[in-house]
Design a protein around this ligand. Structure first.
Ligand SMILES: *Cc1c(COP(=O)(O)O)cnc(C)c1O
Length: 468
């Protein structure tokens, strides 16, 4: 482009006021805040100006600029947190929001947060009440604990318990239990943030009761056991069970705490899964404090629950840090509704999505797989090779490490595009569909696909494969 041509084009570039005026008349822009429209127009104009200066061909008509600005504006106002379809088979997928709430919890959140509530008022006396009360009794009923408190999350629960019980004192932990879970929760770091001094004992694979015993000194404030949530130590191993540690604690007058990570209220071995000690088992062993998550195996909202001896829980309740970690009313509402279901285990397993997905019988999964395969084949016909394959799904979320759950997946091998391209396109569609690739095939695991999502999956597949 000659210099004078460039000059003319720059001069002809429409002005922002003019474009804004046109946009305001255009119904496509009617739901977009004015400030967003201005920004999008400005960005579009700037880009076009640069194109002209760099001799890149560019359309400077009002329509072209407005079209582009609309795309940018839509991108800006679109919500960032959106629902996705989890076809990975990982039930507690930390990156996909962990536990799904049950209907009762959703209903209660709405009821409690849409109107005023008795969050901190005792209705009978009309006096100030305690936020946690509603739920403490229920947690005690379900776990057999003397007392309980729920806070923001389990990382917070651990921090709070350590800070309350053993600040400036030594906390004895086996080297085999110095866990790191995803999202940068590391036991040694939480320990130092809580003001405690970590006293490592034993070795990675073997720790004995005498290791705890010889570690005891005037500075010892707590024995801590941490559940190995996301790994297993196999082979030549030894660890001390909670009962024995509690006995030693009694002898030495040292409190004992267990961080269960993903605690469970039900015995999963009844449903063909491996046995995991329940929260009640830990409480029964006599531990002073037991902590666990609300949104792992419990299948509730994000929360951290602390149960144990009344004396210890009272101290925790009085710690000013508790205020900073306090649970929000929506969470409290969801937690109460979820926990209530556990009074009737059958109901809990049926109504709490996490439990349902973990305990769904293989036969049921096969039925779901058959159905989904049929719908997909009908939609995409000859555009891909489709089949069923017996594979494994994983519980995830730091529960049942290494456990594989038998599942039956749909496998898809497109004829006209690569498997990785299909995976990416599914992920980038609305709603995003998250599958995985194995053996150069695109895999959909019905275990975590929710009711009503089959049609969305099949029509998205069809749209993607037909467009290429
Ligand atoms: C998951 C986990 C935590 C953290 O729980 P959040 O609820 O995610 O804060 C702490 N300790 C262990 C052992 C865990 O598995």
């Amino acid at each position: 482009m000659t210099h004078s041509n460039k000059h003319t084009m720059l001069k002809n570039l429409p002005g922002i006021d003019h474009l804004l005026g046109v946009a305001m008349q255009n119904p496509d822009f009617s739901d977009i805040p004015r400030s967003v429209i201005v920004d999008s127009l400005r960005n579009t104009l700037e880009k076009r100006r640069k194109n002209i200066l760099n001799d890149i061909e560019t359309d400077i008509s009002d329509k072209a600029i407005l079209d582009k600005a609309l795309v940018l504006a839509d991108e800006t106002i679109k919500p960032r947190l959106v629902n996705v379809i989890n076809a990975t088979g990982v039930v507690l997928h930390t990156n996909l929001g962990r536990a799904l709430l049950c209907e009762d919890a959703l209903k209660n959140i709405r009821e409690v947060s849409q109107s005023f509530s008795n969050l901190e008022m005792n209705i009978k006396t009309g006096k100030r009440g305690i936020r946690y009360e509603a739920i403490d009794e229920l947690i005690c009923e379900l776990t057999g604990a003397q007392s309980a408190i729920a806070v923001n999350n389990n990382a917070g629960a651990v921090l709070l318990a350590l800070n309350t019980i053993a600040k400036k004192r030594q906390v004895v932990v086996s080297r085999g239990e110095l866990v790191e879970i995803g999202g940068s929760f590391r036991v040694p770091d939480v320990m130092s943030k809580s003001g405690c001094i970590l006293k490592e004992i034993g070795t990675t694979n073997r720790t004995h009761l005498k290791d705890y015993e010889t570690a005891v000194c005037d500075e010892t404030g707590l024995f801590l056991k941490v559940h190995a949530s996301n790994y297993t130590i196999e082979g030549f191993t030894a660890s001390v069970n909670l009962n024995n540690l509690v006995k030693l604690g009694r002898d030495k007058n040292i409190p004992v705490m267990e961080d269960l990570g993903s605690g469970t209220l039900i015995d999963f071995s009844k449903y063909g899964l491996p046995f995991e000690p329940t929260i009640a088992d830990s409480v029964n062993s006599g531990a002073d404090i037991v902590t666990f998550s609300g949104d792992k195996l419990l299948g509730g909202p994000q929360a951290g629950i602390i149960v144990g001896k009344k004396e210890s829980i009272d101290k925790i309740k009085a710690n000013p840090l508790t205020r900073a970690l306090r649970i929000d009313k929506m969470t409290l509402a969801a937690l109460e509704s979820t926990l209530k279901l556990y009074r009737d285990e059958k109901k809990a397993v049926k109504k709490i999505p996490t439990l349902r997905m973990l305990t769904i019988p293989f036969k049921e999964i096969c039925k779901k797989a058959d159905l989904l395969l049929k719908i997909i084949q009908k939609e995409i016909g000859i555009l891909a090779d489709t089949d069923l394959a017996d594979m494994d799904s994983r519980p995830g979320g730091g529960s049942f490490p290494q456990l594989n759950l038998a599942t039956r997946c749909i496998t898809i091998k497109p004829h006209n595009m690569s498997v990785s391209k299909l995976e990416a396109k599914m992920r980038m569609s609305t709603p995003a569909i998250i599958g995985r690739i194995e053996n150069n095939k695109y895999i959909l695991d019905p275990r975590t696909i929710q009711e009503g999502q089959d049609m969305i999956i099949s029509s998205t597949l069809s749209r993607i494969l037909q467009k290429k």
